[in-house]
Design a protein around this ligand. Structure first.
Ligand SMILES: NC(=O)c1ccc[n+]([C@@H]2O[C@H](COP(=O)([O-])OP(=O)(O)OC[C@H]3O[C@@H](n4cnc5c(N)ncnc54)[C@H](OP(=O)(O)O)[C@@H]3O)[C@@H](O)[C@H]2O)c1
Length: 164
């Protein structure tokens, strides 16, 4: 089962110059709590922006480049949807962690989305796709804890795919 996890601005921006734009400590803590022990699926650019392999999570990295390799036992480089079919069909929750290309590509196969919704517009170059409320039902919406580092508020919103 695939779940998306994303932090997005009010105007759906998620990144700029292959970097995250904000630093929200509680959100990073939540990302770690939710994803630890689970496979994480990402695009090659997001992997490069992480800068390292995160502990205790199997990394599945999409690339079109057959020569792209990462020598780490917790990393698998994949090139097609078929290679992640077991994660799509399986019971275990696997997290799609971005970026925009991979969110767009895998959204049709995702069952749940954990969205950190920042209540402010940002400038950037990478967008999360629009959330279609005909397809997605909001099942949780809580205010994120106050954060002295930031001048904006943010909410943790969970969506599940509506039954057809
Ligand atoms: N706010 C958030 O929650 C969040 C989360 C993650 C990332 N981000 C931000 O998003 C930005 C990166 O996003 P992005 O859209 O530019 O890149 P991305 O989705 O991370 O990676 C794109 C790369 O993935 C590979 N790829 C994509 N679709 C594929 C497919 N169908 N088959 C095989 N390989 C495929 C290609 O790699 P090759 O070029 O090697 O072929 C492509 O260049 C950064 O700014 C990052 O900070 C934000």
């Amino acid at each position: 089962m695939l779940s998306i996890i994303v932090a997005k601005a009010k105007n759906n921006i998620i990144g700029k110059d292959n970097k995250l734009i904000w630093h929200i400590s509680d959100d990073l803590k939540r990302f770690k709590e939710l994803t630890t022990g689970h496979p994480i699926i990402m695009g090659r650019k997001t992997f490069e922006s992480l800068g390292k392999v995160l502990p205790n999570r199997k990394h599945i990295i999409f690339s079109h480049n057959p020569d792209f390799k990462v020598s780490d036992e917790n990393v698998e480089v994949v090139h097609s949807l078929l290679q992640i079919q077991d994660y799509i069909d399986g019971k275990e929750e696997a997290f799609v962690i971005g970026g925009a290309m991979i969110y767009n590509f895998l959204m049709p196969y995702v069952k749940k989305m954990y969205v950190t919704q920042i209540e402010k517009d940002f400038e950037g170059d990478t967008f999360f796709p629009k959330i279609d409320t005909n397809i997605w039902e909001e099942v949780e919406n809580v205010e994120g804890p106050k954060d002295d580092e930031n001048d904006f508020e943010y909410r943790y919103i969970t969506y599940v795919r509506k039954d057809k």
